[in-house]
Design a protein around this ligand. Structure first.
Ligand SMILES: [Zn+2]
Length: 494
């Protein structure tokens, strides 16, 4: 898990952590008061419902304070890696949610409620797909072993305020802020934190051990865990001021690497070629790392010319992305053809080609292309989202709403989708739907009172079709009921 250090502090996040602390604490106390004395310690500390609410508070704070990358294809790729590992571990993927933090930090983190965050810096720093999978497997193991809750349990229950601080601190680790408020609390609880660090090593070992087994069972190279830690700790990127976060928060010593190697020996080496998507994802991240597309074009042209690349198709793909961003669709199409090498149906390629079509004003071709791809893979949400966005760009807002609703059924509870739905409803001039989607977004963000107000505004719209009004009314009644019976964000009952 996470070792807290005083450098690299982010004041903004500190405030958020403070808020998380304030938000979370009463919930824990409220839960604890009504708990029977049974079950494993972690279960005794927090009910599944309380843990889910804690997870929601956590992800909301993360969204408010960290730059999240919402690129559907990149997120979908990371999710697919997670799902492969979870399947190998016989874990239900529905208990996990992945998110990507758009920072050059080399790290990953596991929060409450199965939320696993991967930094773009990590994706770029890993040399093989097995290494990336190794770090994700390690974080998954923290979740399956309930390390977060167990670490809370190790605190004396009388010290719950500091335990709540630990939730925030442990989760967001090295980024815990040094701003005045949080620093004061951290100072007062320094002894508690020190104890936390002591039993953290045990959890790190456990996460390594289970992560390595997960890797092997999923067909990745089990030596990648040791390889990743070892290579990062030796690599030239480590200087006094630039230690990868992964090492700061997951301290690596020779002993830990040796243990990881020994555990991998039990499974034996596995040769596994990296998937094309691994390389495409990294090329897309490298491309976006350049502020100006011309810089990205120069980068990919140079690597292609000199032959200094890991994967030729991915290099052409990055080049094509840069060209389309620079407003050169024709050149982009040529680069894409080089990247594709006959792989017609890969979503990365289909979506980029549709984008090039749109750039060239070939609207119908873009829509047809995406529709064809969706007919072959109806559950593929990045394709459907690209289709919805293309519809919106071409002024078909009502159709875009239908498509976005289909995506929201594939990925329920995603605030970004409701945000897009709201934008589409505005474009369609549908005020009732605008307020309804705003309400849905507020609801999944945990803002129940504001959500209810938005539904009430939606109901007051003139010309609201009867079935729409009935749906809103039903939703409103459910939410009001919940609001009256369940604890709200601050754990109060009404
Ligand atoms: Zn860890």
């Amino acid at each position: 898990m996470i070792r807290i250090k005083s450098r690299n502090f982010n004041p903004q996040l500190g405030l958020a952590l403070l808020a998380l602390w304030v938000t979370v604490l009463p919930q824990i106390q409220a839960q604890e008061a009504q708990l029977p004395e049974m079950g494993s310690p972690a279960e005794a500390l927090m009910t599944p419902g309380a843990e889910r609410r804690l997870g929601q508070s956590f992800i909301r704070r993360v969204r408010e304070t960290l730059p999240l990358l919402d690129d559907p294809l990149i997120l979908d790729y990371i999710e697919s890696l997670g799902v492969q590992l979870l399947a190998a571990a016989h874990e239900d993927p529905n208990g996990f949610q992945f998110f990507i933090i758009d920072q050059s930090v080399v790290n990953a983190l596991a929060g409450p409620g199965g939320h696993i965050g991967v930094y773009t810096g990590l994706i770029l720093a890993t040399e093989t797909e097995s290494e990336l999978a190794a770090v994700i497997a390690h974080e998954i193991a923290h979740v399956t072993q309930r390390h977060l809750l167990r670490s809370l349990e190790e605190q004396n229950r009388l010290l719950l305020p500091s335990a709540a601080l630990l939730i925030a601190g442990v989760i967001l680790g090295a980024q815990v802020s040094g701003d005045a408020g949080a620093a004061a609390i951290a100072g007062a609880q320094a002894a508690v934190l020190q104890r936390q660090i002591n039993f953290t090593r045990e959890y790190e070992q456990e996460a390594d051990r289970l992560g390595i087994a997960m890797l092997a069972q999923a067909g990745f190279d089990p030596y990648a865990m040791a390889g990743c830690f070892g290579r990062l700790s030796r690599s030239g990127q480590i200087t006094e001021t630039n230690v990868p976060e992964l090492l700061r928060t997951h301290p690596v010593n020779a002993n830990r690497i040796a243990e990881a190697l020994a555990r991998a020996d039990a499974f034996g080496a596995r040769q596994r070629p990296d998937s094309l998507r691994f390389h495409l994802t990294r090329a897309a991240l490298r491309e976006r790392a350049y502020t100006r597309p011309e810089q990205a074009i120069a980068h990919f042209s140079a690597t292609l010319q000199s032959g200094r690349y890991r994967e030729l198709q991915a290099e052409h793909y990055g080049h094509a992305l840069a060209l389309v961003r620079a407003g050169r669709p024709e050149a982009a199409r040529a680069a894409l053809a080089q990247a594709r090498q006959g792989q017609q149906q890969l979503a990365e390629f289909v979506i980029l080609e549709a984008r090039i079509d749109l750039e060239q004003g070939q609207t119908e071709q873009a829509l047809r292309r995406l529709r064809n791809a969706i007919s072959l893979a109806p559950e593929h949400w990045p394709l459907r989202l690209a289709y919805a966005e293309s519809l919106l760009k071409t002024g078909r807002a009502a159709q875009a709403i239908d498509e976005l609703l289909a995506v929201s059924r594939l990925r329920p509870g995603n605030p970004l989708l409701y945000n897009k739905l709201e934008q589409a409803a505005i474009r369609a001039g549908n005020l009732g739907a605008t307020h309804r989607f705003r309400a849905e977004r507020l609801y999944v963000e945990g803002e129940r009172e504001l959500a209810i107000k938005q539904l009430e505004i939606a109901l007051r719209q003139r010309d609201l079709p009867y079935h729409e009004a009935a749906r809103i009314q039903a939703r409103l009644e459910t939410w009001k009921e919940e609001h009256n019976t369940k604890p709200n964000q601050r754990g109060e009952r009404r």
